[in-house]
Design a protein around this ligand. Structure first.
Ligand code: SIN
Length: 348
């Protein structure tokens, strides 16, 4: 073969690579984005009724920007989310992203517990490639459904080079959030997701992605949590504080076998006296107790009004109770030493 022919073949191969569309896997778990109802103008519907193939078929524009493959992980409303699905999802995400021919993943999910699932993946996925959670507040059969544009935007975020290394992202209503900080803030509105302490990290408008900042806490490839060989996670319960609280639920959680308790306390994680006594006893008996807050903004800090050292409590830092539960479940795969777990709450 002469030199001219060789150069032409090399040029053709590099052009093919340059113009090859990225491959994105859409892993569907259910939720309103896969919901269907009888009326365009009623809020009732069944979550998870629409399969991944139909979700993909409803947004043909995503096939123009990526080679799309779909897989059904589960078909549930995210209020039914559980450890089994989390572990299955984490393992499948790691398997797929280890492949050279996979460029990113979009996970369709109900909005109710998206913040927990996304944070679980943020701490257990072992890849810098983009992983994007997306959902909808209106089902596909509703008037002005938000799912199709959210899915289009999510795929655009997943193929965007700047999304790499940012950990798990949540795309909803033209905004990009880090899984670490995002939370659902309004029960029914399409503008429900917010990151109260840090703000959104970017926007995506008709597929155009713009980032403003970078998540700073450890995640994905820098996380020490590895669930590849784990089949079960420890039970961790959340207790919600209120005036005239009682020790009943602490005792019930311990009796039911909880290895950890997240206390969503008042203000800076403060506790009603009888609850505090019961949690101090639980901590003495080896249950890991984390003080979080029922207040949606700010941090639960060490050594505020509560003597954490004396009681053996851990402070959740800027994680809300739902996310503190995820981190504690993963922390318990490594240690049950409160001092070590406190370090993890400052790191992640
Ligand atoms: C769910 O979380 O599965 C129901 C609510 C939603 O997806 O918006």
């Amino acid at each position: 073969m002469n030199l001219f022919k060789k150069i032409s073949i090399l040029l053709l191969i590099s052009c093919a690579f340059a113009f090859a569309k990225p491959t994105i896997y859409i892993l569907a778990t259910g939720g309103t984005i896969a919901g269907a109802g009888d009326s365009q103008i009623k809020s009732s519907y069944s979550a998870g009724a629409v399969t991944v193939d139909k979700l993909i078929a409803a947004v043909p524009a995503i096939n123009e920007i990526a080679t799309i493959k779909g897989e059904q992980i589960s078909s549930i409303g995210s209020q039914e989310m559980n450890n089994k699905v989390w572990l299955k999802l984490a393992k499948r995400v790691n398997e797929l992203l280890a492949r050279k021919d996979v460029d990113g993943i979009v996970i369709t999910h109900g909005t109710d517990t998206m913040e927990e699932s996304a944070y679980f993946l943020h701490l257990t996925a072992k890849s810098k490639k983009p992983i994007v959670f997306v959902g909808a507040m209106r089902s596909g059969t509703s008037m002005s459904a938000d799912g199709p544009m959210n899915l289009y935007n999510a795929v655009n975020v997943a193929i965007n080079k700047e999304s790499a290394g940012k950990g798990v992202l949540v795309v909803m209503n033209d905004e990009i959030h880090s899984a670490r900080d995002v939370t659902k803030t309004i029960t029914t509105s399409v503008q429900t997701f917010a990151s109260p302490n840090s703000g959104k990290i970017g926007t995506v408008f008709y597929g155009n992605v713009e980032y403003f900042m970078q998540p700073t806490k450890a995640h994905t490839v820098n996380s020490e949590f590895d669930v590849s060989k784990i089949e079960e996670l420890a039970r961790v319960d959340i207790l919600f504080a209120h005036p005239e609280d009682s020790d009943t639920f602490v005792k019930a959680a311990v009796e039911a076998g909880a290895k950890g308790i997240i206390h969503a306390g008042m203000g800076n994680g403060n506790l009603f006296p009888s609850t505090q006594d019961a949690l101090a006893q639980a901590a003495k008996d080896g249950v890991v107790v984390v003080r979080s807050s029922r207040v949606p903004n700010g941090s639960t800090t060490l050594e505020g009004e509560v003597d954490d050292k004396k009681f053996g409590f851990i402070a959740a830092n800027s994680l809300n109770a739902a996310k503190a539960r995820v981190l504690l479940m993963l922390a318990l795969t490594k240690t049950s030493d409160p001092k070590e777990i406190q370090k993890l709450f400052l790191k992640y």
